[in-house]
Write a protein that binds this ligand. Structure first.
Ligand code: PMP
Length: 421
């Protein structure tokens, strides 16, 4: 083709460094909690890719399950009334693991799909129930709910929303992420018969890793319950072991009406997501006439993705990786706070095996980017979240020694990056 040469034809519209564009980093191989680039450099993967490689990289049983399913039957999903054994078995297992009594599983292709599915689901739910005014959806500041239309509007990250011709939806209302009283006031002001659902990430992830204040989740669950508002837990990041339980909802003692998952369901080996709906929701659709919920994706319940998920769940159980995540989380909670003493660090936050180091960007706006670059040079792969914080969400197969290295090298990177100011 007659076109100018380019270093790469991959379009990267924004940088994971938070600020200026980085050069492309081409990864070719992964083993456990480490990945290797094309030049042979190994990195400790501080983020388990985008919060998802929970069982670590290079797990042969998942690769084998993918290959086996692809050879038998690859190209069929659960769209419409189709099924396949892998999808059916996975739905059965997820129903057993979910923090609800009698759930059904609706598969999507990823997390953003799960969020937009849930928005449509809750609005349709209330329409079928004859409560057509119950259309307002409440979400939390700093929350992240994917990149699709509804999810972007719901999320509390304004930078993702402006300039795409998406008018702020007056039916989407945001409350401060840490204030259960604000949720109660908004519901009271609007009148409970106006509010369809409250969307909540049990631990805010991409918005900066903000753990819920003590008692927050049980309180908002109670507020929703008493106002008849559906509770939707977005567990795309927190699901499948990050908190040491299968779902953070269980860790924090809530039973959401809808639970959204993706990422960790396959440890990211192939894309898959979905919505777990409790009986109170799905039976309203079951009673309705055909066409009650005309929604689904080409790759909903894709056989290869579901086979990978089954192998992933088996690994989590056989290698006791939820318990391992809990041990690592305790260790992180001991080691990470020491970094708060470093010059340039504003605060550290952690919950489960999720952490963030918030840097002083008032004094030095470019510090997060320099820290991430410095960390990469020292063999630790991480990224900037929420403009000012460095992400930690390693794989559950991280060794004790690797956890030590991770925290030490990040501390060194912060010190080095701060001193070149
Ligand atoms: N919800 C949450 C809480 C997420 O963190 C993400 C992705 N980071 C999504 C939804 C969207 O998932 P996906 O990128 O798979 O569409």
């Amino acid at each position: 083709a007659d076109r100018p040469p380019a270093a790469s034809r991959l379009w990267h519209p924004f940088s994971s460094l938070g600020g200026t564009r980085a050069s492309e980093l081409t990864l070719v191989e992964g083993k456990g909690a480490r990945v290797r680039d094309k030049d042979g450099n190994w990195y400790l993967d501080a983020t388990a890719a985008l919060w998802y490689a929970n069982v670590g990289h290079g797990q042969a049983p998942i690769a084998d399950a993918i290959a086996e399913q692809a050879r038998r039957l690859a190209a069929y999903s659960t769209f419409g009334d189709m099924s396949n054994p892998a999808a059916a078995a996975l739905a059965e297992q997820l129903a057993d693991l979910a923090p609800s009594a009698d759930p059904m599983v609706f598969f999507t292709s990823g997390g953003s799909d799960a969020v937009d599915t849930a928005v449509k689901m809750v609005r349709r739910f209330w329409t079928l129930r004859g409560e057509i005014d119950r259309s307002v959806i409440i979400s939390r500041g700093l929350s992240y709910h994917g990149m699709h239309g509804h999810g972007t509007s719901l999320a509390g990250i304004a930078a993702n929303n402006a300039g795409y011709g998406m008018a702020p939806d007056p039916e989407f209302v945001r409350v401060p992420h840490d204030d259960a009283g604000a949720l109660r006031r908004v519901i009271d002001e609007l009148g409970p018969s106006r509010v369809a659902a409250f969307f909540v990430e049990p631990i805010i992830g991409a918005g900066g890793v903000y753990p819920p204040p003590p008692g927050y989740l049980t309180e908002v669950a109670q507020i929703c319950r008493s106002a008849g508002v559906l509770l939707v837990a977005d567990e795309v990041v927190t699901g499948f072991g990050r908190t040491g339980d299968w779902f953070a909802s269980a860790s924090y003692g809530i039973e959401p009406d809808l639970l959204l998952f993706a990422k960790g369901v396959t440890s990211g080996y192939v894309p898959l997501g979905g919505v777990i709906a409790d009986r109170g929701v799905w039976e309203v659709f079951a009673d309705a006439t055909a066409g009650a919920f005309r929604h689904g994706y080409t790759y909903s319940g894709h056989a290869v993705a579901c086979a990978a998920a089954l192998a992933n769940l088996r690994l989590l159980v056989e290698q006791d990786l939820l318990a391992r995540a809990a041990v690592l989380a305790e260790e992180l909670a001991v080691r990470l706070p020491r970094l708060a003493e470093l010059p340039g660090v504003r605060e550290v936050r952690c919950a489960g095996l999720l952490g963030a180091i918030a840097l002083d960007t008032v004094r030095d706006p470019a510090l997060p980017e320099r820290v991430v670059r410095q960390a990469r040079a020292a063999g630790v792969l991480t990224r900037v979240i929420n403009g000012d914080s460095v992400q930690l969400s390693p794989a559950f197969v991280l060794t004790d020694e690797q956890l030590g290295q991770l925290v030490d090298r990040l501390a060194e990177a912060i010190t080095a990056a701060d001193s070149v100011r």
